[in-house]
Design a protein around this ligand. Structure first.
Ligand SMILES: *Cc1c(COP(=O)(O)O)cnc(C)c1O
Length: 416
């Protein structure tokens, strides 16, 4: 039976406990399970039909989460991890060996970017960083030993998009696998496996969990690929998700389609407010015709998600003011939570620590999207009017209640 997204979000992977009849999933915290005497001791001879053995190998609650995620992503199967980065490292180390080459998005999640700047090249694995919105550049970067192409769409923090089907065809032309980090899009917007990607990654810490209270990650893909990944790196590296976090994320996923609808609605309203604000120079949101890749966004995303970026004239100073004056929106990293979160990313600083561009064209693309720096706003599920009022009072330098340069904090201090 083909189920709708919201029905899958509620029911897939879950079933009433056959002993107690409990309708909600159990949290199985046991690290070990009573097994038969002929159970294999090494993961080398692990047999999927053996039942549960040890939670690092597999666990009933984590399994329920993996099944729900696979249903939502229309994947054959999934392996869950303790964080998005644990998922990414297990997959990269599963696929890459000394002498291999990988093509990686030149702008991507910071920890992945930094890992591929130093640690992985030091293992004699060559990395080429490419602007993945430029398919000619992707083609030009491929080599006979290219094992994988790694993209994020929309990418963090630029919200620049990659045409998944086009890059999949290019990668497969040399026998390379395509990995898509789809954290920003979620399965509600885009299903990369249906566009020919080989692996999908999510940081479950973000929209999937959705409440900012559990780290988690997942790799989704074909059964054969993931059975081997589970044995070779997932179980041995040991980035195992806690069953308690699996349960929290299961519960979060039940409302994912509903939440994504509200994230998008709110993001549209806030984007419209920011676009007309005199202090805001530029707003980037994939749902707006002003996004440089609006046509691709409409073709590839069924939902434009809840993250937008904007630029102002004096980013650093505005960041200080917002951190101090915002009352509802939290000035904090991360994204995809029910709470709205905002953070300022300064371009100069990121070039030194994270993004090392090798061509002027790459730098030009960054500047097109980000200029000197951007505010990344993860629009939450609060009432849009309240979020707008909060941004309005914090952005407004000349508000009579709080003249520029004076915060209620510093006024209170001076009086003491
Ligand atoms: C947060 C994030 C990650 C890393 O996930 P963690 O759960 O923090 O380890 C990876 N990719 C993207 C796009 C992210 O936003």
């Amino acid at each position: 039976m083909r189920l709708g997204e919201q029905t899958k979000a509620v029911h897939s992977g879950e079933f009433p406990n056959p002993v107690t009849g409990a309708s909600a999933p159990d949290i199985v915290m046991s690290t070990t399970f009573v097994t038969k005497a002929d159970t294999a001791f090494s993961v080398e001879s692990m047999d999927e039909n053996n039942g549960w053995i040890y939670t690092r190998w597999g666990n009933p609650t984590i399994h329920q989460l993996e099944e729900k995620l696979a249903a939502l992503e229309e994947a054959e199967t999934a392996v869950a991890f303790s964080s998005g980065m644990a998922a990414i490292t297990a997959l990269l180390f599963h696929l890459l060996h000394a002498g291999d080459h990988a093509v990686v998005s030149d702008v991507a999640y910071a920890a992945l970017s930094e890992l591929t700047n130093e640690l992985i090249p030091a293992l004699n694995i060559e990395i080429t960083k490419v602007d993945m919105s430029d398919t000619d550049a992707v083609k030009a970067a491929l080599q006979p030993n290219t094992r994988l192409v790694y993209i994020e769409t929309p990418c963090n923090p630029l919200l620049r998009l990659t045409d998944i089907a086009a890059v999949a065809a290019i990668a497969h032309g040399v026998g390379a696998k395509l990995i898509v980090d789809s954290t920003f899009a979620t399965p509600i917007a885009t299903k990369p496996l249906l566009l020919d990607a080989d692996f999908v990654i999510h940081s479950l810490t973000k929209y999937a969990g959705g409440h900012g209270d559990a780290l988690g990650g997942v790799v989704l893909g074909r059964k054969d690929d993931l059975a081997s990944l589970r044995k070779k790196t997932a179980i041995r590296f040991g980035g195992t998700l806690s069953p308690f976090n699996a349960w929290l994320i299961l519960r979060g996923l039940a409302t994912l389609p509903l939440r994504m609808r509200v994230h998008q609605e709110n993001a549209f309203q806030i984007a419209a407010f920011l676009a007309q604000h005199p202090q805001v120079k530029r707003v980037i949101y994939p749902g707006l015709p002003s996004h440089p890749q609006y046509d691709l966004a409409r073709r590839q995303m069924k939902n434009f998600s809840g993250i937008l970026t904007f630029q102002v004239a004096n980013g650093k100073e505005t960041a200080r003011r917002l951190a101090e004056k915002l009352k509802i929106i939290h000035y904090a990293v991360s994204l995809g939570h029910h709470r709205s979160l905002i953070f300022y990313l300064e371009s100069k600083e990121l070039f030194e620590t994270t993004f090392k561009f090798s061509t002027q064209k790459q730098l030009d693309s960054w500047n097109t999207f980000a200029g000197e720096g951007i505010f990344r706003l993860s629009v939450g599920l609060e009432d849009a009017e309240d979020l707008i009022a909060d941004l309005e009072q914090a952005l407004n330098v000349c508000s009579p209640a709080s003249p520029s340069g004076f915060s209620t904090h510093s006024v209170a201090k001076e009086k003491q």
